[in-house]
Ligand binder design. Structure first.
Ligand code: AMP
Length: 280
């Protein structure tokens, strides 16, 4: 592979990607906010298996952060990210904020359905509007054949699937599996906010998800299992925003035993908010 190109303007991005498309090459996009870890890298590898050229965007998207959230302190280790992608991505698109949101920018995408099921949206009411808007912009800029997202952000993936279906966007969405630390903790750029002891402690989230999924598979009722799981996390000093079993596709509550269930959690450990999920 030739050296990874780094571009920060849409017009330059279009030149490169347009050249590849003209040559009949298949293009993959992996949107990220940088501070890359093995979870992101796994998506880039998966992208390479599905396309000839891989574009990785690195953009800390202000519209998906609430004023109270960590936009200013979100890590931006660009040089390390560039090195992590060297030899893996064909192009890094890392635009400044003014390139993505030009003066007078006033269009936002609001998805209902999976974006309004009272999970992440209950605690971050403007989050998915920001995510859908920036991903739609990236899709129009790159025009990828395929775009890859992590199962780690399960509700986000369902929201984007809904957006692509509803707006007839000509892109295939693929989800990559959640990459975890040996302890089971899902890798996240926000894990940098945890100290060593908190990182070890945070592994309880995945352990609890797993034992709840096993309980439901073994025939225990989802409601009782989830109540017990919530109590385990609360007792372990997590502030639990939600710990729920939902329909794996619609993310709505369901009591239909024929529907596949998915368990989703958001919990705060001291000042760090962590999310995770697991299929039953
Ligand atoms: P972010 O930089 O947090 O916006 O994440 C960019 C993409 O990487 C999203 O599609 C995430 O779902 C995905 N991702 C984040 N963490 C992981 C992980 N531990 N395993 C797999 N994918 C991940």
């Amino acid at each position: 592979m030739s050296a990874t190109q780094v571009v920060d303007r849409v017009v330059t991005l279009r030149e490169s990607v347009g050249g590849w498309r003209g040559a009949g090459q298949r293009i993959a996009l992996v949107p990220t906010m940088g501070a890359l870890h093995e979870g992101h890298v796994s998506l880039v590898r998966l992208a390479k298996a599905h396309a000839d050229k891989v574009v990785v965007s690195i953009f800390v998207n202000p519209t998906q952060f609430a004023p109270t959230e960590d936009l200013a302190k979100y890590p931006r280790p660009f040089e390390a990210d560039r090195q992590a992608l060297s030899g893996l991505a064909d192009l890094i698109f890392s635009p400044p904020v003014e390139e993505m949101y030009r003066p007078g920018d006033s269009t936002r995408i609001q998805v209902a359905g999976p974006a309004t099921v009272r999970l992440e949206d209950r605690f971050r009411p403007t989050h998915f509007e920001g995510v859908a808007t920036v991903v739609a912009k990236l899709f129009h800029q790159v025009q990828p054949d395929v775009a890859l997202f992590g199962e780690k952000d399960y509700q986000q993936f369902r929201v984007l699937v809904q957006m692509v279906q509803d707006l007839h966007m000509p892109v295939e969405l693929l989800a990559g599996p959640t990459i975890r630390a040996p302890s089971g903790l899902a890798l996240s750029s926000r894990n940098r906010y945890l100290d060593e002891e908190e990182r070890e402690h945070a592994a309880i989230i995945y352990q609890t998800l797993r034992s709840c999924a096993e309980g439901i598979r073994a025939g225990d009722t989802p409601a009782s299992v989830m109540e017990a799981g919530f109590a385990v996390l609360s007792k372990a000093d997590f502030h639990v925003d939600y710990f729920e079993a939902r329909d794996a596709e619609t993310l709505m509550p369901t009591e239909d035993p024929e529907r596949a269930l998915h368990l989703l959690v958001a919990a705060r450990l001291n000042t760090t908010r962590l999310i995770d999920n697991i299929a039953v």
